[in-house]
Design a protein around this ligand. Structure first.
Ligand SMILES: NC(=O)c1ccc[n+]([C@@H]2O[C@H](COP(=O)([O-])OP(=O)(O)OC[C@H]3O[C@@H](n4cnc5c(N)ncnc54)[C@H](OP(=O)(O)O)[C@@H]3O)[C@@H](O)[C@H]2O)c1
Length: 249
């Protein structure tokens, strides 16, 4: 009997959850618990960390999980590494559902950097107006460049003081349209965009808007992850589960 675990927190994970419910495949959806009101879907849900790779391996055994689908955000590297480790330890098949990264076009002005520290270093020294589209957890390093006026877009209103002296917070949840992001950038006079290479359509509008306005984009590359099988479409996950079920896994 198939019993899948979805490591979620993304729109793709929610689309997968709904597809598994429709197909009447037994599954549990796991959230880290970062956002106050997670997006709705139709699967049984658990919330919170597992306690590292060993905790996830225990969960897999206790809940008799037969398949794990890592549908976390491409930058949720710790969770993805733990999934690889826990699935190896429990001999559980693992598949990543992950969007391809965005590719730069001839019209883009990208400065590609390896990580957040690289993004901070790539910002200019002269005060400017920066759209920091990177999520709440990674703001602190930008305090090293306090001269900039930062625009942040966060899913939840920040509960505590932000580490940046000059930050304008927009509370909003994607997907965002090109028109949304044109307006956001124009009304705030944005001169620089800092983004993570998330891929997919839901967060791409800011990259398209920056290209239209000829703005430089500091693009943070995805973290390195161990090799694991990977697909980009929900339908491919269903095919993988069906194939394994036919083999009696
Ligand atoms: N939709 C988006 O745009 C977006 C953007 C960023 C992040 N996210 C989601 O937010 C979550 C946290 O991101 P992150 O960058 O903090 O991840 P991370 O650094 O890889 O994870 C840190 C720890 O959080 C726990 N965790 C992460 N994802 C979990 C999940 N789905 N279920 C249970 N525990 C989870 C794990 O704790 P333990 O070690 O205790 O198990 C993990 O070691 C991820 O699930 C990710 O998919 C979504």
């Amino acid at each position: 009997m198939t019993r899948a675990l979805i490591l979620g927190g993304t729109g793709d994970a929610n689309r997968l959850a709904d597809a598994l419910s429709r197909a009447r495949i037994d599954a549990i959806y796991s959230y880290a618990g970062r956002t106050k009101i997670p997006l709705p879907h139709t699967l049984p849900t658990r919330i919170g960390g597992f306690g590292g790779a060993a905790g996830l391996a225990d969960f897999i055994r206790t809940e008799a999980i037969t398949h794990v689908i890592d549908a976390t955000h491409p930058f949720a590297a710790e969770m993805s590494r733990h999934a690889v480790e826990a699935c190896a330890a429990t001999v559980t098949p693992l598949l990543a559902l992950e969007r391809a990264p965005w590719m730069r076009t001839a019209e883009d002005r990208w400065i590609e950097v390896a990580d957040i520290a690289g993004a901070v270093a790539a910002l200019p020294d002269a005060p400017s107006r920066v759209f920091l589209a990177i999520g709440r957890q990674h703001l602190a390093p930008f305090a090293a460049k306090p001269q900039h006026a930062y625009t942040l877009r966060l899913v939840d209103a920040p509960g505590a003081a932000l580490p940046l002296p000059n930050a304008d917070v927009v509370v909003s949840r994607g997907p965002f349209t090109l028109e949304d992001d044109r307006i956001l950038m124009q009304t705030r006079g944005i001169k620089w965009l800092v983004a993570r290479n998330a891929g997919g359509d839901g967060a791409r509008a800011k990259i398209d808007a920056a290209r239209e306005f000829g703005l430089p984009v500091i693009m943070i590359a995805r973290p390195e992850l161990p090799e694991r099988p990977r697909v980009e479409r929900v339908g491919d996950v269903l095919a993988w589960l069906a194939h394994d079920a036919r083999l009696g896994a």
